[in-house]
Design a protein. Structure first.
Length: 110
């Protein structure tokens, strides 16, 4: 049995928005891959991890009174919307492309 996932909120808060969103992208990608493979267990696990990361990011931004919180919550809403139905491939690709930009930015900032 696998250990329950929890994000280290203190470490998470020390990351910049690009690193946070890039890491969220990892879980978003895993969930889409698992959904395409009809692997319900891995899909659900990746969605839970993604939601936790979205929430951790939003909490940090809300605490900082950052307007970026609204965008993060909107991205979470779009992700959950796509996960809850049989989304069109172009919808998945669009969200994937959105998150990829953060992953690229995080690497460039290093």
């Amino acid at each position: 049995m696998s250990q329950a996932y929890t994000v280290d909120r203190k470490r998470w808060a020390s990351m910049n928005i690009f690193e946070q969103m890039g890491n969220i992208y990892s879980e978003v990608g895993r969930s889409f891959d698992a959904k395409c493979r009809n692997d319900t267990e891995r899909f659900e696990q990746a969605v839970i991890r993604a939601i936790d990361l979205f929430n951790a990011t939003a909490s940090v931004l809300i605490e900082q009174h950052s307007p970026k919180a609204k965008e993060v919550l909107r991205a979470k809403e779009e992700f959950l919307n796509i996960c809850s139905r049989n989304a069109k491939p172009e919808e998945i690709q669009s969200l994937d492309k959105y998150f990829m930009q953060f992953a690229i930015a995080a690497r460039l900032k290093r």
